[in-house]
Design a protein around this ligand. Sequence first.
Ligand SMILES: *[C@@H]1O[C@H](CO)[C@@H](O)[C@H](O)[C@H]1NC(C)=O
Ligand SMILES: *[C@@H]1O[C@H](CO)[C@@H](O)[C@H](O)[C@H]1NC(C)=O
Ligand SMILES: *[C@@H]1O[C@H](CO)[C@@H](O)[C@H](O)[C@H]1NC(C)=O
Ligand SMILES: *[C@@H]1O[C@H](CO)[C@@H](O)[C@H](O)[C@H]1NC(C)=O
Ligand SMILES: [Cu+2]
Length: 560
Amino acid sequence: MFQSLVLAGLFSALSLAKTVTYDFNIGWVSAAPDGVSRPVIGINGQWPIPTIEADEGDTIVVKATNNLGNQTTSLHFHGMYQVGTAPYDGPVGVTQCPIAPGGSFTYTFQANPAGTHWYHSHDAGQYADGLRGKMVIHDQAWESSLKVDKQIYLSMGDWYHEQIPYLLRDDYMNVNNRDGHIPIPNSFLFNESTKALDFDFEPNKRYLLRIVSLSALTCGFFHIDGQTLSVVAVDGIPVKATDTDSINICAGQTYDVVVTGHNDTQQAPEYIVKMSTDMLTGPPPPLDRMTIIGRSRGGSFNFKRDSYPSSRSLDHNWSPNAVLDDFDLVPLDGLKLLTNPTNKVHFVANQTYFPGIGTRIAIGDEPFVTPKVPALFTALTTGEAAFQASTYGPGAVPQFLKKGEVVQIYMENPQPYPHPMHLHGHTFQVAGRGSGSWDGKDSSLHAVPMRRDNVVIPPHGYLVLRFVADNPGVWYFHCHIDFHLVGGMAALFIEAPDALQSEMVVPQSAKDICAATNSPSSGNCNGQAGAISAADASTECNNVYNDKSENFGAMYVQSS
Ligand SMILES: *[C@@H]1O[C@H](CO)[C@@H](O)[C@H](O)[C@H]1NC(C)=O
Ligand SMILES: *[C@@H]1O[C@H](CO)[C@@H](O)[C@H](O)[C@H]1NC(C)=O
Ligand SMILES: *[C@@H]1O[C@H](CO)[C@@H](O)[C@H](O)[C@H]1NC(C)=O
Ligand SMILES: *[C@@H]1O[C@H](CO)[C@@H](O)[C@H](O)[C@H]1NC(C)=O
Ligand SMILES: [Cu+2]
């Protein structure tokens, strides 16, 4: 009886699910989001690019066609678990080959989990040239529990006038960059523009602001003068509503915030979006380039009727009084700390200058270097050898997980800069975070840790993350500062390769895009069947000493 009820419920949920299809032609367009015109990567001739929107459980189909001519591309649907659909996760060299100019690849996956997410190129720093957009997956029950009158989709993010391939070649990845200096953004954008939009908040009405950071480097503050921000979700995970004065959103993170329209003023309250400087390795851009100040309607103020008061409450020198500490958030489902991890992974951020090569940054034994064979395809096609590290090449920094086990990542950051660390295919509990080192005791971790998929490791500090290995696949764990990712700040979780081999094959369409770039789509890191010795892998496969490919971003060089 009970079982048939459950089945009936499942069936009705499934029968409501629909398929949402997008046909994306990815190509160059011209845009001037901060007044300076430059070529940017748009979709269907437009930039900013479209928002992907669906209900939880829907099937999303995105056909991505590469019309760039001179670069390869890929799309990653940031925040999607991709259960059973790892070949459609998007990162080049991890779950797919790059899409060559003229080629196309269709991504098919379930809209899961709900929340505010985004999608972006995952090909050699490319998203900073504009291929970055919003993705909202609706959970109607949660949304109606918020009693909001309207939902507003917003983004913030840094912006460069120079294209990423040139910034990588001439600056960040250059042999002369001895200290890991990162190019300073020229501007900070709010909803992809420096022009402040107006909020039309009606008195006492409630608004859900879904804000995503599309940044390549810097975090950004958001604050509305005289108004409380009620944070209700981070990275799509609902949390107990928590009031704050300001939030700081870092590269790749999302925040859902409820705001109630003012009823007690004649004024139009101002809001501010401001680049935060803690990740900059050099002097910040001019204040007016890193700040956007706009108005919201308040009280009896009416945009159409009234003129703005001349006095302003905020200026470019603003700094936040109090910023929400995401570590203190509590997930709405109250999920307790995962205990007794059976797999403990230890990472240490290590920035090193390699003579004759340049500055690279590792979290495991070596800086990550993109494998020639996408690591997922290696896991799927090498049988027993899929359990050996050498099979993936030293630059893949592979970490092996068993199905169902509790995994702990203990990461230390002895460096003076923070990093937003992002995991694909999962959300993790942020069980511990602090300065110095962790004492190794569960008693110093949070009992009900907040969960998200992207968390900042503090400078000279540490993180303790836990998650259940319940999603067989090959999942990237990386810094979301896109320069650091290109510079090697990543590792791979090879999760349950045995389960993978029995459940999944390399899709024919994925083999086709590999063939189009003359890349192997099966075998070990050298594109051969079976195992490879560690010695051979270190000379033949991906490592920092024999890699030059990433120095020029996603530039397409036709192999002869
Ligand atoms: C690629 O094409 C774009 C758009 O035409 C152009 O601005 C850019 O310089 C090209 N890149 C290279 C490396 O030639
Ligand atoms: C922000 O941009 C999105 C498109 O990405 C648009 O739908 C939305 O209306 C914009 N928000 C505001 C408040 O104008
Ligand atoms: C104004 O808002 C406050 C709560 O912020 C509420 O207590 C009060 O009743 C409201 N006044 C009017 C006139 O709506
Ligand atoms: C940092 O990386 C370099 C180069 O791979 C290595 O020689 C050094 O031992 C590493 N340091 C730490 C603390 O891991
Ligand atoms: Cu990502």
